[in-house]
Design a protein around this ligand. Structure first.
Ligand code: AFP
Length: 348
């Protein structure tokens, strides 16, 4: 079910949109609406800092490394703190987890706990910060599984299928918030003059004809045969199992997943980060199922696309650890199915 697209004379603020979605469910209490609004607020604050990057002396690496062994930048820390601090005291959450923190983030006993669980990647693509490239925040909201009291690790380890809502903020030429709560995908653009997100992209659907494929092709020599052949198929140089060639797609790769994903969501295409044998740390690909794969897979599916780890729909994967990595193919359904086909044929 979709909520009505506003006519030209209506200005749909994000708050009004959340409330209209909430009213579709008579049993809704408004907690999810408020939680989404808090995330939008965190996004506004992060955007205000990312756009001031060079000025605020917050560019450059902080010198710490995160749990993935990667360099952490100051903006990552700021974004991480912003999301957790704006959400830790509201009584809406049982527990949180962040890509920047090793364990779960418990809600302090000083505050009440709530029924939702928030997982987030505070600043995805942060290695691009110094180059003024678009970066983003990704969020995933689940219902808690535990009955009450402090939320648990188990509450955070849920399949993408159980997502209540997910989305991302992209800090680019403009700041946008794109989200789904299972009723279509909606995009809002921050109007900096009034400090409000306004609905600019209602009911986003992936175009049926894809334009792009997005992958770090510099790693081609480290890929499996199936992934290599799939890539050549996308370039129009390799037949599929039926002997059919497709028209070649354009390659676009920013190296900032939210930006690559956002472009393909609007323009059509496939983003993938397969397993490669380049880095021994990444035997299951680089990206995390919990903070990147599942939330963007939910959006893709709601926009008419699909996702896979090469064998299985990403939304059906049961994570067993917080920072679990996964190979990932995400975008137009027919292209994701082709990836699975090539992997099935050549990567036994
Ligand atoms: P950083 O957050 O360390 O910049 O990593 C970004 C990311 O997780 C994702 O946003 C990109 O799609 C991917 O890594 C890029 O990885 P490569 O640099 O290996 O292509």
């Amino acid at each position: 079910m979709f909520i009505k697209t506003p006519d030209d004379t209506q200005i749909m603020t994000i708050e009004r949109h959340f409330l209209e979605e909430q009213h579709i469910y008579p049993e809704a209490t408004g907690v999810l609406t408020s939680l989404l609004y808090d995330i939008a607020l965190a996004g506004k604050v992060i955007a205000s800092q990312t756009t001031r990057g060079g000025l605020a002396e917050i560019l450059g690496q902080s010198g710490n490394t995160n749990v993935q062994g990667e360099q952490v930048m100051k903006l990552d820390e700021l974004a991480d703190r912003m999301v957790s601090r704006l959400n830790d005291h509201t009584g809406r959450l049982a527990v949180m987890a962040s890509e920047e923190q090793e364990g779960i983030i418990p809600i302090s006993p000083r505050y009440p706990t709530g029924k939702y669980v928030l997982l987030y990647d505070p600043l995805d693509g942060s290695s691009n910060i110094d180059y003024n490239v678009s970066i983003g925040t990704i969020f995933a909201i689940y219902r808690r599984k535990s009955e009450d009291g402090p939320g648990t690790l188990d509450d955070c380890l849920q399949k993408g299928r159980d997502l209540v809502a997910s989305g991302y903020l992209i800090y680019g030429a403009s700041t946008m918030l794109v989200y789904t709560s299972g009723m279509g995908v909606h995009g809002f653009t921050l109007d900096p003059s009034v400090g409000e997100f306004l609905l600019t992209h209602p009911n986003i659907r992936m175009p049926e004809k894809p334009k792009y494929y997005s992958v770090n092709q510099g790693y081609e020599k480290f890929w499996s045969e199936g992934v290599r052949r799939f890539t050549h198929y996308l370039q129009g140089d390799e037949p599929d199992a039926d002997g059919q060639y497709r028209k070649g797609l354009s390659l676009r790769y920013i190296g900032s997943m939210v930006a690559d994903f956002h472009r393909n969501l609007l323009g059509g295409g496939v983003f993938y980060y397969p397993v490669d044998n380049k880095d021994p740390r990444y035997t299951q690909g680089k990206l995390r199922i919990t903070y990147e794969g599942a939330p963007l897979a939910f959006i893709t599916e709601q926009a008419g696309g699909s996702s896979s780890n090469g064998k299985q729909n990403l939304l059906d994967i049961q994570p067993t650890s917080l920072h679990q990595r996964t190979p990932l193919f995400i975008g137009n359904r027919d292209l994701v199915e082709k990836a699975e086909e090539f992997i099935r044929l050549y990567d036994r």
